[in-house]
Structures are given as C-alpha cells and as structure tokens.
Design a binder for this molecule. Structure first.
Ligand code: PMP
Length: 375
C-alpha cells in the first residue's frame, strides 16, 4: 500500500499544564494491564479547515463529547499500542516508534481521519513520556504502555468524512506479560467467525476490528482455549492468518529436513505487526546463517497438522507488543489437538526464547540498536 501524504504538526507549539494532584504510584506487583494511567495525557485537535492545532499536555481527564459525535455512531476510531522502556542508566527509550506512527497514519487514512507528521508526533510522545517518566518502572520486563488514539469528533449523524478529529495519547504502566516465566497457550483454530478478508480492513488498527472478536474469544474460552487462531478459507484450503491480537510464527522442518520459520504474508488480512517485522529481520540476520529458511508465505492449518503428525513440528508462537512472544502448546482444529512440539514440562521453544531475549535486549538498551530510540 502506498504511504498516505502526511499533514503538518508544529511540535514547537506545545503547552504543558501539570497536574496539581499527582497520583500515587502503584507497587510493581499490583500493575494490571491497561487499568492504571499516568498523571497526564497528550492531545491535539484537527479541523478540516485549519489542520492540526497546537498540542497540549494536560492532566489526565475525561473527554466531553456531544452524543451525536460521529465516533460513537460510525466507529471513526483507530489506535496504536507501543511501549516506553527505562534502561539501566535511567534513560527512556521507545521501540521503533516510526513503525507505529506509519501504521496509525495508514489506519487513520483508511477511515477518512487525518494523517499527521510522524516525526513531529514522535517528538511530542517523547516529551509526554518524559513528563510522566516517574511512572515507568525500571525493572526488566516493566514498561509504559502508550496508547495513541484518533477519533472523529464531528457532531453529526450524517455518514461522511469527519470535519474534525482528536488525536490523544494516554499511558499505562505495565508489568511483564509472564511475571513467573512463559506460559504456553492453547489456540482454537476458528473458521465459524472470520476476523478479516481480502479487500477488508484487517490490516488497519481500527477499534471496529476488535469488538467483533470478543464473542468468538469467549466461545473459544468456554471450550478451554486461550485465544482464537484465525483461519481464512479460500480455494478449499484453511490458511493460517494471525492469533487473537498477535501475529503467528511456526517453526517446522520441511519434508526434506530443512528448518523453516514461517509467518503469513502481508496480504491485507493481517495486521502488520511491529514485533512480526522485528522477528523477521532478526531471523534473517541471525537464524539464516544457522541454516534456517525464513518465509513470509501463505500456509495452511493442514500443513501445520501434517508437520505435527510427521514429527516435523519444532515450535509455534504468537508475536506482539504486549508479550513480545507467546509460545503455543497446541491448537484445537476440527475436533483434534495439534501438538506444537513443546517438550513435556517446557513452556517455550528455543526460537521464541531467543527472540524474546534479543528483542528485550534491544528494547531495554542492553544491545545498542537503531530500533531503540532514546527520548
Ligand atoms: N495482530 C493484531 C490483530 C493486533 O492487535 C496486534 C497488536 N497490535 C498484533 C497483531 C501485533 O502487532 P504489534 O507487534 O505491532 O504489537
């Protein structure tokens, strides 16, 4: 997809109003994902006639919107999920923020919301994370989850492009996804509900893509599975796409004994994960020299099941910002359980473990790398 033309933001026009009632920090072990927020928020308003207005860091506060505001009726909403990390020197680092901003611009332009200058926005997010720096726990595995959000704010029930929008960023301190070490998950291969389809918006991070996934998620949970593995049926095949809110990787031996790390291609039906991209790049740099084949290609659930059946399955894992990697123990598919190759008593395979260590090493600045951006 071509990158949208970006609208200007002037990052020097920033007003900062500090809270007079600072919150008490939560003890690290009591942090629950997305439940507690920092003292401040960053917001920018946009109008079709005047473009982006001056940005503001203000105390975290409610929004006040007319009940007819278009976001409530026609889902003019898109968002991002990214993290700020504190390194051992106390510096704050973002991980590949350019990727998240580019994706937010692709999402917003898909639903007739405005685009924005990514670099200016990264600068503003950097200032915001510095203002609320005290909320970033310095322990390894902890971070500040950032939620950039854009909504259409025009007051109208008419269905059309919003004439005004709000871009805001809130931040939530989070703990490690697996506080006591990896816990491998079970997936339910799902075809009774379809998350995305060719020509649809599965590759955009729209709020409207997420609400419809909750009922299938509850159905899978009722059958004892942690997440849905979204399959897409075409040409009489069931293609593996992604899982819950993660991209999926499978490490399998080919029939002629080669080791292959495979993930679905960016064909418009999966989200272009930042973690997915990072894993592919690290795999090409560090696994290919060990003899691995790294593939972005369509693959089917039958291929996965055959590999398991024939003893060629090495490991399967999800990949996303929240957990970095999430090892998969097995996949329920057509009434049987496909075993994903973890040894008894093991919660993660070697590739998932190495990828997590490599990526976290970069995120926490232990390995100097251009992906880690000091703010
Ligand atoms: N797929 C979906 C549907 C997601 O919501 C996410 C989380 N953003 C991902 C994949 C993983 O993307 P990322 O690595 O950028 O977090």
């Amino acid at each position: 997809a071509s990158e949208p033309r970006l609208q200007a933001i002037d990052p020097s026009k920033l007003s900062i109003t500090k809270t007079t009632t600072p919150k008490q920090l939560m003890p690290n072990e009591e942090l629950v994902f997305g439940r507690y927020f920092t003292d401040h928020m960053l917001s920018l308003e946009w109008t079709a006639s005047d473009g982006w207005q001056e940005s503001r860091i203000t105390p975290y506060q409610n929004l006040s919107l007319d009940p007819a505001t278009c976001v409530f009726h026609y889902a003019f909403e898109c968002f991002e999920g990214m993290k700020a990390y504190k390194d051992k020197n106390g510096d704050v680092r973002l991980f590949r923020p350019d990727k998240n901003m580019a994706r937010l611009n692709r999402s917003s332009s898909r639903i007739a919301l405005p685009t924005f200058d990514s670099e200016a926005m990264i600068e503003l997010i950097g200032k915001f994370t510095k203002v609320d720096e005290r909320f970033i726990p310095s322990a390894r595995g902890y971070s500040l989850y950032l939620r950039p959000t854009m909504i259409g704010t025009q007051k109208t029930l008419g269905v059309g492009p919003p004439g005004s929008a709000l871009l805001y960023v809130i931040a939530s301190p989070v703990g490690p996804y697996y506080p006591t070490g990896f816990k491998a998950v079970s997936l339910e291969a799902t075809t009774y509900a379809v998350r995305a389809w060719p020509g649809g918006v599965g590759n955009s991070k729209l709020g409207a893509n997420y609400a419809p996934c909750i009922v299938p998620q509850m159905q899978a949970a009722a059958r004892g599975f942690h997440q849905n593995l979204w399959l897409f049926e075409a040409d009489g095949e069931e293609y593996v796409t992604e899982v819950g809110t993660m991209n999926l990787f499978a490490a399998m031996k080919t029939k002629d004994g080669k080791k292959e790390l495979v993930t679905a291609p960016l064909d418009g039906t999966i989200l272009e994960g930042v973690t997915r991209d990072s894993i592919l790049e690290l795999a090409r740099e560090r696994l290919v020299p060990e003899g691995w084949i790294v593939s972005e290609r369509k693959f089917t659930m039958k291929e996965v099941a055959d590999a398991a059946e024939e003893g060629r399955m090495l490991e399967v894992f999800g990949a996303g910002t929240a957990a970095v990697v999430s090892p998969v123990r097995n996949i329920g598919w057509r009434g049987k359980m496909v075993d994903c190759g973890l040894e008894a008593g093991s919660e993660a395979g070697p590739i998932a473990t190495r990828m997590k260590n490599w990526i976290e090493g970069i995120q926490y600045g232990e390995e100097e790398h251009p992906w880690s951006v000091k703010v």
